[in-house]
Structures are given as C-alpha cells and as structure tokens.
Design a protein around this ligand. Structure first.
Ligand code: COA
Length: 183
C-alpha cells in the first residue's frame, strides 16, 4: 500500500477550522495545550505570530507550526542573555502540533524545519520554550540542533500550579542570510 506523502506549505486562513479540530484531538490525547483556549482560531493567530506552516497529507491538514516575535515573550530575557542578540534577531517557534493519527511519520520534523528555514531566511536565530516534561518534543528539537539554555519557572494562574518551561536556542542562520546583498 502506498504511504501518502507529507507536504508542508504556508498556512492560510482557510486551514484554521481543520487545525482547530486537530488541536482538539491533540489536547484530548496528549494534553497539549494543557488548557484549551476559548478560541483556537485566535490562539493560532495570536498577535505575535508572523508566519505559520501546515503539514498536509492527501489534501488533509494534519498539523502546524508558527514563527512569532520574541518581544514580550515570557522567555525573552533568557533568550537574549543566552544569544547576546536583541529581540529583533530572535524568531520564536510556537504552536507545533501534529494530529495523533499521523504522528511519527516526519511531519513534526518537517514543520520545525520550515519555521527554522523561514527564520534563517530573515537572518534570525530560532528559539523556543517547551514544557520540561515533554521529552518527545525536546528530542525533536535537540535533533534539529537546538540546545537548552535554561529553565523558567512559570506560575499557571488558571491551574494554580507551577510549570517549568525549558528554553532552547536553535542553529544560527548561514552567514549571508538576511543581509542585504552587495551592489
Ligand atoms: C511533538 C510532535 C509535534 C512531533 O510530531 P511528529 O510528526 O510525531 O514528529 P516526527 O514524526 O517528525 O518525529 C520527529 C522525530 O521524533 C522521533 N520520535 C517519534 N516518536 C517518538 C517518541 N515517542 N519518542 C521520542 N522520539 C520520537 C522520530 O523518530 C523523529 O526522529 P528523526 O527525525 O530523527 O527520525 C507531536 O508529537 C505532537 O503534536 N505532540 C503534541 C504537541 C506538542 O507536544 N507540541 C510541542 C509543543 S512545544
């Protein structure tokens, strides 16, 4: 039997309802996000989001990842200290998830690669934070060249608990990326 190919392309607003359904299943099966946002569409289009990519199998949207600005992020200072860069040079990888039924086939890695390539195109360094208990996601990030730079203790008001976010810095862009070409 043929294994359907996974394609990755930029997200459009028409993808959002399908992604909301995918996120519902991810939440039920894997507890991500810990609490479902009141509006998934708003959550996926949060104001710091600058670009998003979707993974598609046989015309069906099965997952996504976004690039967001670092300014105002809870981990902004930690990333700045770890890289010595200003927030404008940092691209935050966010909202990465894949439908539980199609996980383990490379979609997560491909989505991460798409956001990293997009950051590099702009001469930016990709950064992210992840629940310190999410070993699977951490393995994917570390295999993609991300290194942990510290943990942040966050208070989760909705749940009344403390949550440990592991912060990562990804590979820098190739030397020439994002700079104006001479002449
Ligand atoms: C994390 C997530 C996006 C990964 O998506 P995915 O499509 O299953 O990932 P991939 O198939 O690309 O696997 C990536 C790598 O992880 C490895 N992997 C797969 N299943 C694994 C497991 N159970 N444990 C550890 N590694 C695993 C794969 O071998 C692959 O490695 P490779 O690229 O070297 O072959 C997906 O599991 C998910 O949506 N989880 C819930 C949401 C979440 O936690 N998001 C991260 C928020 S920061």
């Amino acid at each position: 039997m043929r294994t359907p190919e996974i394609a990755v392309r930029p997200r459009t607003s028409e993808d959002l309802p399908a992604l909301a359904a995918v996120l519902e299943r991810v939440h039920e099966k894997e507890g991500y996000p810990v609490t479902m946002p009141p509006s998934v569409v708003d959550w996926l289009s949060a104001s710091r989001t600058r670009a998003s990519f979707v993974a598609v199998v046989d015309g069906r949207v099965i997952g996504q990842a976004s690039r967001a600005v670092a300014a105002g992020d809870r981990a902004e200072e930690l990333w700045k200290e770890a890289t010595g860069l200003s927030s404008e040079r940092l691209a935050v990888v966010k909202r990465l998830f894949v439908d539980p039924g199609t996980q383990g086939r490379g979609a997560g890695r491909r989505l991460l690669e798409a956001v990293v390539a997009d950051a590099h195109r702009l001469g930016m360094v990709p950064v992210l934070d992840v629940d310190a208990g999410n070993g699977r996601a951490q393995a994917i990030y570390e295999r993609a060249g991300f290194r942990p730079v510290g943990d942040l203790e966050l208070t989760w008001t909705g749940l009344g608990g403390v949550f440990l976010a592991r912060c990562y810095v990804g590979p820098p862009p190739p030397e020439s990326a994002g700079r104006p070409s001479p002449g």
